[in-house]
Design a protein around this ligand. Structure first.
Ligand SMILES: [Zn+2]
Length: 203
């Protein structure tokens, strides 16, 4: 690509690092953008820059506009019903289904020794502390909604042990069947996700 303008080569190089976009896809996008009105390209670059302003909620570690995300700040949400997910994208998928009245806790991944991700790399201590601080006296339910992969299952079992060690009145459930093994919440359709949440079972 020696003869192509540097701006084009640079953007192709940047886009091809994104998941699901190879060098060909990146080139296609860049030449598509070159042929769209300049105002769209300008707007798009502002949208990208605005991502830098996104914050992490200090309570659930999901994405937020301010220190607390809109879900944690919502007084109508049950604070003693916590759905534990791998990433913020899972929160988005579950919220799109609708009907869930609790709050979330975003781990930031799963335990995966092959990728050198241990419990300390995830927001596990924070989850245990959050649950510990919940008022005694009424039932607490923690839904473990990590993906039904090997790592997701292992992480759920690890969390279960940690939460049980709290010696609190906690109902621990695992997101239900319907999600095939190896699937991810992110790509599941709404009906499947809704069934999986309703069909959660105690573990
Ligand atoms: Zn939050």
């Amino acid at each position: 690509m020696a003869d192509f303008p540097l701006a084009i080569k640079k953007l192709i190089g940047g886009l091809e690092r994104l998941p699901g976009i190879g060098p060909k896809g990146a080139s296609r996008l860049v030449f598509y953008l070159l042929n769209t009105p300049k105002s769209f390209v300008g707007d798009l670059s502002k949208m990208l820059l605005a991502l830098e302003e996104v914050k992490i909620c200090q309570n659930c570690f999901g994405v937020a506009d301010r220190e607390k995300c809109s879900i944690c700040a919502d007084l109508k949400r049950k604070k003693d019903l916590i759905c534990v997910v791998e990433g913020s994208i899972d929160v988005m998928a579950l919220e799109a289904v609708g009907g869930y009245k609790g709050v979330y806790h975003v781990l930031g991944g799963v335990i995966n020794p092959l990728d050198h991700v241990g419990p300390d790399d995830l927001k596990i201590v924070e989850l245990v502390e959050r649950v510990r601080q919940l008022e005694n006296g009424h039932e607490v339910e923690i839904i473990l909604a990590t993906n039904p992969t090997m790592e997701g299952e292992a992480t759920a079992m690890y969390l279960k042990r940690k939460l049980e060690a709290l010696d609190k009145n906690i109902k621990i459930s695992r997101i239900g069947s319907g999600l095939p093994m190896g699937a991810s919440l992110e790509f599941a359709d709404r009906a499947t996700l809704s069934r999986a949440m309703e069909g959660r079972r105690d573990i």
